[in-house]
Design a protein around this ligand. Structure first.
Ligand code: SF4
Length: 212
């Protein structure tokens, strides 16, 4: 039976009963973090974990990170949000992408990319004594929420930290992230992050420019 991650999350949030557990929230960028922080900071003490060795080039990685930090400093939240940067170990990403370089976004390379980032988050959550971990990634219409939740559930068992089931694009989450991005004037990148998605973006632009 198909799982309804939003309903699972609703039920979990009801069960918190006013307590504010510690959540390690993996985040890829400020626009995706905006709605998720607005939503979850009502319920959790959040540490935002920026672990994205997939992002190329390094200047882009840093630019996205600075926007995340600015968002945290400007967004009004019930419980203060902390920030933690992971390691920019880009060679780990390139090793897992090997043989999948030409695949379009949404395939096996992306699933391995989700797993890399979620596993690092699960490890950090375990090491930091967090109650839960999850990721902002499911807010994007281009990301596979089923796969993300499948990976998260497996890591929950492996590392003994609960995974917060989620599909943040539901309940107009994606729409709200666009509104918040405009409100806070957030930098919205036009490619997912890796060098392969950047090349895909460049090809798209070339075709567009050629046909106009
Ligand atoms: S397209 Fe995005 S999700 Fe897929 S491998 Fe590249 S950075 Fe990761």
């Amino acid at each position: 039976m198909k799982r309804n991650y939003q309903k699972e999350l609703d039920s979990l949030l009801r069960g918190l009963d006013g307590k504010a557990p510690l959540l390690l929230l993996h985040a890829c960028c400020a626009p995706c973090s905006s709605y998720v922080l607005e939503y979850l900071s009502e319920y959790f003490q959040i540490t935002l974990f920026y672990y994205n060795p997939n992002i190329s080039p390094l200047t882009e990685y840093k630019k996205r990170m600075e926007e995340v930090k600015r968002l945290i400093s400007e967004l009004p939240v019930k419980y203060p949000v902390r920030f933690q940067e992971g390691t920019y170990d880009a060679e780990r990403f390139f090793a897992l992408a090997k043989g999948h370089e030409q695949e379009p976004e949404g395939g096996e390379r992306c699933f391995a990319c989700y797993a890399l980032r979620l596993e690092e988050a699960a490890q950090a959550a375990n090491a930091g004594g967090f109650d839960y971990f999850t990721t902002t990634l499911s807010i994007s219409p281009y990301k596979n929420a089923e796969k993300l939740n499948e990976i998260g559930s497996a890591l929950e068992k492996k590392y003994g930290v609960r995974y917060l089931p989620s599909d943040f694009k539901k309940r107009n989450g994606y729409k709200r992230s666009i509104e918040l991005s405009a409100q806070y004037n957030l930098y919205r990148q036009d490619y997912c992050g890796c060098v392969f998605s950047k090349a895909e973006r460049d090809r798209r632009l070339k075709v567009k420019n050629f046909s106009t």
